[in-house]
Design a protein around this ligand. Structure first.
Ligand code: BEZ
Length: 261
């Protein structure tokens, strides 16, 4: 659920993540159902975060390896008794060894999807499947706009601060096909998501690159301005916040090996 070795300014803290982002794995059941892991399968969980979903895949009887670029998250996954490694998603070292690659809420942190998909295809056995959900086109659009406007209002360019990749279905399907996959299903799913600990906690957990390098006073001003702008659309005025999530959910598979006999 995290993978940020290439995201300047973003740092992960497993305690902060558990406190403010526990809804992420909770809302991962649909994509887990799509994966439908079977006993005996070998599965790679790409961007496994603290391993909350990796653990659920293991409970289905599959053998699962979680990988993440954030050391703190890998440690949290290991502490659950899972097989987990710190691995850069741009340099997946696997060679046709997994029945499925699974990923939830991680791929939007990887701004070079072509390289990631090439590594995913290489990691899979012939006929292997790729099942993923992440932020798609339009994801957190109000949040991004409010952050960019608040920075600009203070004369700060947002160029280079937007850390996420939110593709359309057409764009991502094309990338998958280029990497050798057949797309079984791909859809954008708007999913306004209640934030149990509020918008400021979400911004502090996930949107650090927008504040990177600002002095403390400026950070507070940009945060306050962002919250004021967002309060009109993403708060009910009673202290309940939601995020304007749009999920891109995809299932794809590699062709079976061609027999030359
Ligand atoms: C998401 O899951 O869509 C998401 C999470 C953190 C930052 C941006 C997007």
């Amino acid at each position: 659920m995290t993978d940020t070795s290439h995201t300047p300014g973003q740092h992960w803290n497993s305690r902060q993540y558990a406190e403010h982002a526990s809804f992420v794995p909770t809302l991962g059941q649909d994509v887990l159902d799509l994966l439908a892991a079977r006993p005996g399968e070998r599965i790679l969980d790409l961007g496994c975060g603290d391993g909350a979903l990796t653990e659920r895949i293991k409970a289905q009887g599959a053998e699962v390896l979680g990988v993440d670029a954030a050391e703190e998250m890998v440690e949290a996954a290991l502490a659950r008794g899972l097989e987990a490694k710190r691995i850069d998603a741009y340099q997946l070292p696997f060679d046709h060894e997994f029945d499925a690659v699974f990923s939830n809420a991680a791929l939007h942190w990887m701004l070079d999807p072509q390289t990631v998909l090439a590594g995913v295809a290489r990691a899979l056995k012939p006929g292997g499947r790729f099942v993923a959900e992440f932020g798609g086109h339009g994801n957190v659009a109000a949040i991004c706009t409010a952050l960019i406007a608040s920075l600009q209002f203070r004369g700060i360019s947002a160029r280079g601060r937007h850390p996420w990749y939110f593709p359309t279905t057409e764009e991502y399907a094309h990338l998958l096909e280029t990497a050798g996959f057949k797309v079984d299903s791909i859809a954008l799913i708007p999913r306004p998501t209640p934030l149990p600990t509020g918008m400021q906690a979400w911004l502090e957990t996930f949107a650090q690159p927008f504040f990177h390098g600002l002095d403390e006073d400026l950070k507070i001003t940009v945060m306050d301005n962002t919250l004021t702008l967002l309060s009109h659309t993403l708060s009910d005025g009673q202290g309940h916040w939601s995020a304007d999530y749009v999920r891109l959910r995809v299932v794809a598979h590699l062709p079976e090996a061609v027999s030359l006999t």
